[in-house]
Every structure is written in C-alpha cells, then in structure tokens.
Design a protein. Sequence first.
Length: 182
Amino acid sequence: MRWIREVKQGVEGVKPGFIKIGVSGQSPLHELDLKLVAAAAITSIETGLTIASHTANGAAALAQLEVLSGRNMDLSKFVWVHAQNEKDHRIHEQAARAGAWVEFDGVGAKTAHWHQECLTFMSEKGLLGKTLLSQDSGWYHVGEEGGGDYSAYSYIYTHFLPGMPNKWVRLLMWENPRNAFG
C-alpha cells in the first residue's frame, strides 16, 4: 500500500508524523469515506501513526470509530478533528470514552465561550485528558489582495489560554498533543 511505503521510506526523504484524512458529514458514511477510513486504519495499525480526521459532525465521527473498531484498531490512535462543530456534548463524551481524541479547534473571539463550554464539559466528565485544542487559523484566500482577511495565530495564546487553569494549559498544549501524536 502506498501510504505504508511512504511512512517507511518517506517522500523525498521526509517521513510523515501522522495520517491526515477527512470525511463528509454524510451519515451513514459515503462508500468512498468508508474506504478512506479503512485504508487509514490499515496504515495506522502497520505503522503506529495516529489518524487525524477532519470530520463534519458527531455522527460521522462515531461512524469512523465503528469502522476502526471493526478493524481492531487502538482508538487512542484516532483524533476527531473539528469536534466543536458537534453541539451535542454527549457525543464528545462517547468518542472520548471509546478512546478517541476529541479535538476542538477554531478558537477565536467569536467562539471562545463555546470552546470554554466544551472544555469545561470534558473536564467535568473526567475526559480533559482525551481532549485536544487548536486555533486552526490562517486562511489565505487565493486571488484576494494580500490573501484576504487573515486570522492570526495569536488569539489562543494572548486571550484564551490566560483565562484557563494552569494545569489545563499544560495538559491541553503539551501533554495531550504529545500523547496523541507521540
């Protein structure tokens, strides 16, 4: 399989540190999404790399976990990217209790309250240790002068993290990423 070869041999000498995929929000998952998740599972099992999956909603996240479980994959090698798009915290909890990493990204001034609610929920459920946090910023727009409205990468550090307990900051910004991708 190409992905396994790329992990072992690298591409122009560079080896990947994780597997990045994305699936639609369709439920049940589209046939192509199912194949993609299965291929990522095969690669993860063979190489030990973590899968980070850009996922539109909780139904798609749970469907991926079902595919991965069916392949006897260690679910701690799976990151549900964009979990903040799912508004039902029970699904966040279900994914984390299954062993997956639940990643809330897109932290900004307009979303800070929601992100804080997500983190507080995970903490109250004893699941902050299965939670990742990211600003997911930037967004260069081809064709727009200067790349368009560019969102800097500083908000999470200058405004969001300073209001959090220090033990949360260490866990979310150091320990959890190291454990998820290490």
